[in-house]
Ligand binder design. Structure first.
Ligand code: HEM
Length: 51
């Protein structure tokens, strides 16, 4: 499992070639809150097929 914090930090470091906000920082908390808000009311779907 990859936490949302880890994915966002990874995207900023890799995809954006930027300096990811520190764990526990206000900036990271706000990005996590924003991305979480986008999924409100949507069904949880991990994709793939059970083996
Ligand atoms: C603030 C939130 C985020 C930002 C700013 C961000 C930014 C980016 C950027 C710039 C890339 C590179 C795109 C490219 O090279 O064309 C990327 C790739 C990717 N991101 Fe994010 N991302 C964010 C959140 C997420 C989240 C929440 C997930 C998954 C739950 C995610 C999954 C991925 C994946 C799988 C890729 C690779 C896609 C590919 O190479 O085709 N990202 N992200």
């Amino acid at each position: 499992m990859i936490a949302l914090e880890d994915q966002i930090r990874g995207c900023i470091a890799g995809g954006l070639q930027g300096k990811p906000p520190a764990y526990g920082s206000e900036q990271l908390t706000q990005l996590v809150s924003y991305v979480t808000s986008l999924s409100q009311g949507k069904p949880l779907d991990m994709g793939g097929k059970p083996q």
